[in-house]
Each structure stands twice: as C-alpha cells, then as structure tokens.
Design a protein around this ligand. Structure first.
Ligand code: HEC
Length: 117
C-alpha cells in the first residue's frame, strides 16, 4: 500500500511528461512527404498534389533554407513558408488553407526543409 502510494504519483507524472513531449513532438518528415503527395490536402479538388508540380520536391531545394525570408509562387511574394504553401494549396490545388500552426503544416514544412542541401 505504501509503495503503491509512492509509485502511483510517479506514474502519473511520467504519463504527463510523455504526453507533453508527444504534443510538442518533433515534426514528422515522412508524414510531410505523404501530405506532399496527397491531392486531398486542404480538401484540394484540382486533382493536383504538391508533387504534381514539384516532383519529388524538385525546385524546392532552396525553399527550406534557413536564410530564406521571401518566397515566390504564382500567387505572389510571401514572407513565410507557411503562407507560400497555403497559397499553392489555395490556387494550385483548389483547396482551403490549412492551419499554419497545425501538425500538418509542421510536417509539410519539415519535409520541405529536409530537401535543402
Ligand atoms: C499547379 C502547380 C502547383 C502545385 C500543385 C503546387 N505548386 Fe508550389 N509552386 C508552383 C509554381 C509554378 C511556383 C513558382 C515557381 C517555382 O518555385 O517552382 C511554386 C512555388 C512554390 C514555393 C516557393 C519556392 C521558392 O523557393 O520560393 C513553395 C514553397 C511551394 N510552391 C510549395 C508548394 C506546396 C507545399 C504545394 C502543395 C501543398 C504546392 N507548392 C503545390 C506551382 C505549384
């Protein structure tokens, strides 16, 4: 009983720590790549995925570089990668912008950054 009273709170703390670290967890490059190939991203209706126009990320090798502060796509010039991606979703995929701070965007950005050499 005494042991249980000591062990149980420890287990709770451990579970909370694990949950917190999962929530703040690292972006998932493999999932980003999957989204990059998904024509349904953002509810896209054009049939295009990112990969249709940027096959295997071709042409985006510089997009994820640390020193980038401006991006260009057919919609115009943008000051962050999230907006740039969302404009491509909006215009090129006929979808709706995804949450710029959400998990999908984090994973997508992580995939694009992984293309930078
Ligand atoms: C119908 C074609 C098309 C689709 C689909 C498309 N894009 Fe683009 N995108 C372009 C064109 C054209 C440009 C401007 C020229 C270039 O950089 O290739 C561009 C530019 C970009 C840039 C800026 C590159 C830079 O270095 O400034 C990013 C980032 C980008 N696209 C990401 C995406 C992502 C992510 C998706 C999917 C959610 C996507 N695009 C879907 C056509 C498309």
């Amino acid at each position: 009983m005494k042991i249980a009273r000591r062990v149980f709170p420890l287990l709770i703390v451990l579970a909370m720590a694990l949950t917190a670290s999962y929530a703040a967890g690292k972006a998932d490059i493999a999932n980003g790549k999957r989204l990059f190939n998904d024509p349904g991203l953002g509810g896209g209706t054009s049939g295009n995925s990112c990969n249709t126009c940027h096959p295997d990320g071709k042409g985006l090798e510089n997009a994820g570089k640390k020193n980038r502060h401006e991006w260009t796509n057919p919609g115009g010039k943008w000051l962050n990668l999230e907006d740039t991606n969302n404009v491509c979703i909006l215009m090129a995929m006929k979808g709706k912008p995804i949450d710029p701070k959400g998990r999908e965007m984090k994973d997508l950005v992580a995939y694009i950054k992984s293309l930078a050499k």
